[in-house]
Design a protein around this ligand. Structure first.
Ligand code: AHG
Ligand code: MN
Ligand code: MN
Length: 303
């Protein structure tokens, strides 16, 4: 069954349906440039986070914006690769925030990378919480291109990009409450964060299986497809909020996981309830199987 038809069966209204399909078209266009590999190397520019931009970061960003511009229902957009949020259509009903290419540092080594898109009600992103999200669209560009679509209250579903379009692969994905896969981001922090060191030692002592690539999207994809595990990217003294962005990465991936029955926290609160203070806000993240997140947080009791 095609994405288009499945969204209708889920009861997604026409307006949101059109936005999800526009994002899927953007992913289709990005998948094409990622897999042809003609666009490599650096663009010679930096994003607002001070990160050097790949040509692929910029091209992916342009491709997604080109699709969204076609929809009068899009009010605001924000991107990891743009300096600020932008208004597309004053009367639009949806605001869309995205990381057009997640895993830039993995492009040259041909690891899997992704695209992360959040669809919110209209208005500025400042003050919004991931719990207000209407839908999330997340792509995994690996040997195959797969797509997650999570719709508020309607679960997380996976589609495979085939010659005929996005075919439904797994409906209403479910993440078990526990499971011993761990994806420990920012392991460097163990040198200055004894709580993280103790958590990693716990995982090793209990023979958890390491599944970590350095790409948030493929690493979270592993938890969703296997149905269990935990992903962490904590902060430490120098970077108390870690590296991952609340708007472009943490909020959206948390929404995806929670719609699949998982949990997500910044160490003190659910990542769905954390209001955005500024566009480049970073946040620690502990996300995945409920009991695995709870166990991880035991080592990070604040205070
Ligand atoms: P991006 O390529 O969009 O900047 O995101 C990369 C992120 C995320 O995908 C991954 O979990 C994290 O960076 C890895 O960070 P380290 O390089 O510090 O391990
Ligand atoms: Mn990213
Ligand atoms: Mn990125």
């Amino acid at each position: 069954m095609q994405l288009d038809e499945h969204l209708k069966i889920l009861g997604v209204n026409d307006a949101l349906h059109a936005v999800v399909m526009s994002c899927a078209q953007g992913v289709f266009d990005i998948a094409n440039v990622v897999h042809t590999g003609e666009i490599l190397g650096y663009a010679g520019t930096q994003n607002v986070f001070g990160e050097s931009q790949l040509k692929l970061d910029v091209v992916s960003n342009d491709l997604l914006i080109a699709e969204l511009k076609k929809l009068p229902s899009i009010h605001m957009i924000a991107s990891e690769e743009l300096d600020d949020e932008q208004e597309l259509h004053a009367d639009g009903d949806f605001s869309v925030a995205f990381d057009p290419l997640d895993g830039s540092s993995l492009v040259d080594v041909n690891f899997a990378v992704g695209t992360i898109i959040a669809i919110y009600p209209k208005g500025s992103f400042i003050g919004k919480k991931a719990s207000e999200m209407r839908a999330a669209v997340v792509a995994v560009y690996g040997p195959r291109t797969t797509l997650f679509v999570a719709v508020a209250g309607k679960g997380t579903h996976q589609y495979l990009l085939t010659s005929g379009g996005f075919e439904l692969q797994k409906e209403k994905m479910k993440v078990d409450d526990e499971g011993r896969y761990f994806a420990p981001g920012n392991l460097r922090a163990c040198a200055k964060n004894p709580q993280y060191k103790a958590l990693v030692d716990y995982w090793l002592a209990n023979q958890y299986t390491l599944r970590y690539s350095g790409g948030m999207v493929p690493d979270m994809n592993h938890i969703l497809v296997k149905g269990r595990g935990v992903f962490t990217y904590p902060g430490y003294s120098d970077e108390p909020n870690g590296k991952l962005r609340l708007l472009y990465e943490c909020g959206t991936m948390s929404f995806l996981m929670i719609e699949a029955g998982g949990a997500a926290s910044d160490g003190a609160m659910s990542l769905l309830d954390k209001p955005l203070e500024h566009l480049d806000q970073r946040s620690p993240i502990f996300v995945g199987s409920k009991k695995e997140v709870e166990k991880a947080l035991e080592f990070f009791i604040m205070g």
